[in-house]
Design a protein around this ligand. Structure first.
Ligand code: NAD
Length: 253
């Protein structure tokens, strides 16, 4: 036995949401593991920073400025990457509104980015992996919100629950091609997404995390990147259709 199962040298990975937070940390870690990493995001400046980070550590990165809700743009970017071994569909947005104040456009936007954007990434990745026979790994980004209820989180929770169904369903369909499909469902992670919360709400959530986690701390983007690396690598070759929950052991209600 060796630890070389985590070595991604010679593999190609595609990461959406790579300009910030969990996506950036994941792109950087996959590059450290040896993969050539294709970084996609809306945020061109953030993408450049991620690519510079990867280059600084001796890795190889390509950037694709695109909106994951644009199926054609995503398909073209995935095709341009060549035979794909890893897809990490991480791009997502937060939205909060009470049920009674939720507008059609709120629901449509959250589902478009957090569900359809993941669906398109999964579809394009699976097509590439099937066509090239790479027997790759697809990782989606769910959330602890996928199966819990919190005030204001209807749209976000529904989209994340849909991501879980997508993950499990695609795992059953892509398995015969040797393709694994798993989700990561983080707890509260300190990233620009959670930094955008109102300070009082953020402080309250972080304090609750520290109080309820047996590990007594808030999660960092790197904690989630390591979970993605595990699922991307040959260390998890017999794992598919699963939801990995790096949440500090917080028992969700
Ligand atoms: P973040 O805001 O730091 O990063 C999200 C990235 O997605 C940004 O770079 C943003 O530009 C990109 N993005 C948003 N919409 C896009 C679009 N339409 N097309 C392309 N790129 C787009 O947030 P994060 O905390 O790193 O979140 C990453 C993922 O992890 C999200 O799916 C989020 O729902 C999930 N998640 C986060 C937490 C947390 O506590 N931070 C917990 C559970 C799940």
């Amino acid at each position: 036995m060796t630890l070389s199962a985590y070595d991604l040298t010679g593999r190609t990975a595609f990461v959406t949401g790579a300009a910030s937070g969990i996506g950036r940390a994941t792109a950087a870690l996959l590059a450290v593991a040896g993969a050539t990493v294709h970084c996609a995001d809306l945020d061109e400046r953030g993408l450049k920073e991620t690519a510079a980070l990867i280059a600084r550590d001796g890795g190889t990165a390509h950037t694709h400025a695109l909106d994951v809700t644009d199926r054609a743009a995503l398909a073209a970017a995935v095709r341009s990457a060549g035979p794909l071994h890893v897809m990490a569909a991480i791009a997502g947005i937060m939205h909060t509104s009470p049920v009674l104040e939720t507008r059609d456009e709120d629901l449509d936007r959250v589902l478009a980015v957090n569900f359809k954007g993941v669906l398109y990434a999964c579809q394009e990745a699976a097509r590439s992996m099937i066509a090239s026979g790479t027997r790759g790994s697809i990782i989606t980004m769910a959330s602890g919100a996928m199966d819990t209820a919190s005030p204001g989180l209807l749209c976000y929770s529904v989209a994340k629950a849909a991501v879980v169904q997508l993950t499990k369903t695609l795992a059953t369909e892509a398995g015969p091609h040797g393709i694994r499909v798993n989700a990561v469902a983080p707890g509260w992670i300190r990233t620009p997404m959670t930094d955008r919360h109102e300070p009082a709400a953020q402080e309250q959530a972080e304090a609750a995390m520290v109080r309820h986690s047996p590990l007594g701390r808030v999660g960092e983007a790197e904690d989630i990147a390591h979970a993605v690396l595990h699922l991307a690598s040959d260390a998890s070759l017999f794992t598919t259709g699963q939801i990995l929950r790096p949440n500090g052991g917080v028992a969700m209600p």
